[in-house]
Design a protein around this ligand. Structure first.
Ligand SMILES: [Zn+2]
Length: 111
């Protein structure tokens, strides 16, 4: 398991034997980085895949929403329109649920 370093200015996480010379996100110098404890790093490593899955789910939900919107615009018949409206609502719930879970991970340092 690689050591993790967090930028004290922007929160960027770097994996490596030592902190980077400059933060790739905000440009802060190496001294602004602090090493995570093994316990903190473990939380981040354990949630890495689930965070990726949540992000992919958010992207898929956006795709469902865009497809359903296209279907709405075709306006074939009322049952079809109702189905697309429901899909847009459901996709919004799926997306928001995953975003809320990711926010929870971030607040608990699992990011
Ligand atoms: Zn930074």
């Amino acid at each position: 398991m690689k050591k993790l370093w967090r930028c004290g200015v922007c929160g960027y996480l770097h994996a490596g034997d030592e902190a980077p010379d400059a933060c790739p996100k905000c440009g802060a110098p190496k001294e602004k980085f602090t090493g995570l404890t093994d316990e903190e790093a473990e939380k981040v490593h354990m949630s890495e895949r689930t965070n990726d899955i949540h992000m992919e789910i958010v992207g898929l939900a956006e795709r469902i929403s865009a497809l359903a919107q296209e279907g709405l615009e075709i306006d074939l018949d009322p049952p079809c329109v109702a189905l697309f409206k429901a899909a847009i609502k459901e996709a919004r719930v799926i997306k928001q649920r995953s975003k809320a879970e990711m926010e929870g991970h971030m607040k608990k340092g699992k990011w």
